[in-house]
Design a protein around this ligand. Structure first.
Ligand SMILES: Nc1ncnc2c1ncn2[C@@H]1O[C@H](COP(=O)(O)OP(=O)(O)O)[C@@H](O)[C@H]1O
Ligand SMILES: [Mg+2]
Length: 261
C-alpha cells in the first residue's frame, strides 16, 4: 500500500483580531483592551491516508475542515507538526477562491489551471472539456465578478477536476450548485475516485458521503473526534436522522442532493 497523505501531530494557531484599523488598535491598546486572541483551529491532528482511499471529512461549521485541507493542499503551514503528500494535489476549497473578479471566465480558467500546476498547452488541450463541464454559456467571456455563486462553483470545479492529480479535494463545492450540476459532479468524482485518486470530500450530506466515501474523519473544534467506518461516523455526528432511508435508494440520494448539501 502506498501512503498518499500523512498528517503528523498538526497544530494550527490563528489570531482573532478585534479591530480592523491601526487607529482602532491604538485606541484599544491605550484603553487597555484586548486587540487579539489566539486560538487553535487544529489541535494535534494525526492520520494517514493510503492512495485511492475516499475520505469523507465531516464536522460542524468552524471545526477546522477547510483549515486542514489547506494544509493538505500546501497553501498553509502548520504552527507545529507536519503534512506530507505524494503527487499532485488538485481540488477546490471554498468556492471562488483563486478567481479574479475582473477577469473573464476564460481567462480565469487559464489562471486557475496554472495555480493548480497545469501548463498553458495542457490547459489549451483540455479547454473545451473544461468549458463544456462548467456550462456557463455566453458568460464564459464576461468577468466572473458578475457570476452567481453557482456559476463560480461550476467554473472552479470544472478546472479542478480536469487536472491530472493524485489527490482530489472537494470542500463543500456542491453546496451552491443546482441539482443537475450536483449530479454531474458526483458522477465525475466517482470516476476520479475509481481511477485510483485519493479523494477528500467535505459535505454535510450523509447520503452523498455514503455514496462517495470509504472512510469518515470527523473534526470537533480542531480535534479528530472520529476516524473510521462511514456509517459509524455519520452516526457519531447524529447527522443521520433518517435511519429508515435505504442508502442504495437512488431517489432518497437525489432528494438529499437536491436539498442542502
Ligand atoms: N486565516 C484565519 N485567521 C483566523 N482564523 C481563521 C482563519 N481561517 C479560519 N479561521 C478560523 O478557524 C476555525 C476553523 O475554520 P474552518 O477550517 O474554515 O472551519 P470549517 O471549514 O470546518 O467550517 C474557525 O473558527 C475560523 O473562524
Ligand atoms: Mg469550510
Amino acid at each position: 500500500m502506498v501512503v498518499s497523505i500523512e498528517v503528523d501531530c498538526v497544530t494550527k494557531e490563528f489570531d482573532r483580531h478585534f479591530q480592523r484599523t491601526l487607529k482602532q488598535v491604538t485606541v484599544a491598546k491605550l484603553r487597555g483592551q484586548e486587540t487579539k486572541k489566539s486560538f487553535l483551529a487544529l489541535k494535534d491532528v494525526s492520520f494517514t491516508v493510503e492512495q485511492g482511499e475516499a475520505i469523507g471529512l465531516m464536522g460542524l461549521n468552524g471545526s477546522g475542515k477547510s483549515t486542514l485541507l489547506k494544509h493538505v493542499m500546501g497553501v498553509m503551514r502548520p504552527t507545529s507538526g507536519q503534512v506530507r503528500t505524494r503527487g499532485r494535489v488538485s481540488g477546490l476549497i471554498a468556492t471562488g477562491a483563486g478567481f479574479h473578479p475582473q477577469m473573464t471566465g476564460r481567462e480565469n480558467i487559464f489562471m486557475n489551471a496554472a495555480i493548480l500546476g497545469m501548463t498553458k498547452s495542457e490547459t489549451e488541450a483540455k479547454f473545451d472539456d473544461i468549458a463544456g463541464f462548467a456550462d456557463v454559456g455566453e458568460a464564459m467571456d464576461t468577468p466572473v465578478g458578475n457570476y452567481s455563486s453557482g456559476m463560480f462553483a461550476r467554473l472552479g470545479f470544472a478546472v479542478a477536476v480536469h487536472v491530472d492529480c493524485d489527490v482530489f479535494i472537494a470542500d463543500e463545492v456542491l453546496a451552491v450548485g443546482d441539482q443537475p450540476f450536483k449530479k454531474k459532479c458526483m458522477k465525475k468524482m466517482e470516476q476520479v475516485r475509481d481511477s485510483g485518486v485519493t479523494l477528500f470530500y467535505v459535505s454535510h450530506a450523509a447520503q452523498s458521503v455514503r455514496k462517495m466515501c470509504s472512510r469518515v474523519i470527523v473534526l470537533e473544534k480542531g480535534v479528530v473526534g472520529f476516524d473510521g467506518d462511514v456509517n459509524a461516523g455519520i452516526k457519531y455526528l447524529h447527522y443521520d436522522d433518517s435511519d429508515d432511508v435505504d442508502p442504495e435508494d437512488e431517489q432518497s440520494t437525489d432528494a438529499e442532493l437536491g436539498s442542502d448539501v
